[in-house]
Design a binder for this molecule. Structure first.
Ligand code: AVJ
Length: 334
């Protein structure tokens, strides 16, 4: 199929990185696991289920914004612009933008970058079926790898998408540093469209990350199942419970897997025995929330300026259109 191409990182390298990170994280105090490992095929499917939950307002709010503004966003770009998306997942909301651009230009190249190859392939198939004028260059890779891809093709006109408040998984300083690297791949007419979840009252946040049906708990616990399958782990999911708490002073949801009793877990491939005390937690995710001032500070620290800031009707979520700030050198030349 000549409208599709997949660029994938070496699966052996990724397996080794998983083994190394799990070992380091479970030997650390406090114990932690990197949230990028949530997204195996099962975890990605569970995340898609989260996006449909009544409590998880994030996806709905962002979709509402894109529905209202996709056309106006597309109007700002010249013919022939490409869409590059970091952490594209199933690209469901991106369809709104793809459709808007395809109403304005004959062809569109879309470059989804995601760590889950299964999801990339599946969603690319559906996109190509639904949009005959679309070309998909899928990149199965982590953000770091994705940045390398952006750098390689920096000079081609593009809109970079970073939706879903994926930025929330980074500490604030790391987020600024990552965004600065994204900015360095932007030409003067290129833009970044970034979805950022907003600070809000504790109750709404904590139920969004600890839903009544227990889908988020399953999503969190799936990390243990993945370790069992891929690394010969012997975790018993019944001995752990999901915990999500809003740490208001730093403005982030923290997710944990908490051991319900004192016990030891063997992981064969790591030749490791991990001891858990009763109530000992593994920290598995941070999801940072932003005030408007914090979004401003983030953009500024990354060398970006806000061209447009869009909200859903309840002002729970923001979509930010960001341009590279003109460097002092460029100003001097004018
Ligand atoms: C994909 C990182 C944006 O933080 O809201 C959802 C992941 N974790 N429920 C988020 C997630 C638990 C999600 N992000």
């Amino acid at each position: 199929m000549d409208r599709f191409c997949l660029i994938a990182a070496d699966s052996r390298d990724r397996h080794n990185a998983f083994a190394r990170d799990v070992k380091a994280g479970l030997l650390a105090r406090p114990k932690h696991l990197n949230c990028c490992y949530f997204y195996d095929a099962e975890g990605s499917a569970l995340f898609e289920a989260i996006c449909e939950l009544p409590e998880y307002y994030v996806t709905r709010a962002e979709r509402e914004i894109l529905q209202a503004h996709a056309g106006a966003i597309a109007d700002r770009f010249p013919q022939g612009v490409r869409l590059v998306e970091l952490g594209s997942g199933n690209s469901a909301k991106t369809r709104l933008l793809i459709a808007a651009f395809l109403q304005r230009q004959e062809h569109l190249q879309y470059v989804p970058i995601d760590i889950c190859r299964v999801v990339l392939q599946e969603s690319a198939r559906e996109l190509l079926r639904d949009y005959p004028k679309l070309e998909v260059v899928a990149v199965a890779a982590e953000y770091r790898e994705g940045l390398r891809h952006l750098r390689k093709e920096a000079e081609r006109p593009k809109l970079v998408l970073w939706l879903g408040s994926n930025v929330g998984n980074f500490d604030r300083g790391e987020a600024a540093e990552f965004l600065r690297q994204v900015r360095d791949t932007l030409g003067p007419d290129d833009r970044l469209l970034m979805g950022v979840d907003l600070r809000k009252e504790r109750r709404a946040l904590e139920s969004a990350y600890d839903d009544a049906q227990g889908v988020t708990a399953d999503f969190n616990l799936n990390l243990l199942t993945r370790i069992n399958r891929e690394l010969g782990g012997h975790f018993d999911r019944n001995r752990f419970r999901h915990r999500a708490v809003y740490n208001e002073s730093v403005g982030r949801i923290e997710m944990y897997l908490v051991s319900t009793c004192a016990h030891t877990v063997r992981i064969d491939a790591l030749d490791l025995e991990v001891a858990f005390a009763a109530d000992e937690a593994i920290h598995t995710e941070n999801s940072y929330k932003y005030s408007l001032a914090e979004i401003d500070a983030l953009a500024h620290a990354a060398g970006l300026v806000t061209e447009a800031q869009l909200f859903d009707g309840d002002r729970r979520f923001s979509v930010n259109l960001l341009a590279p700030a003109r460097s002092p050198d460029a100003l001097r030349c004018d």
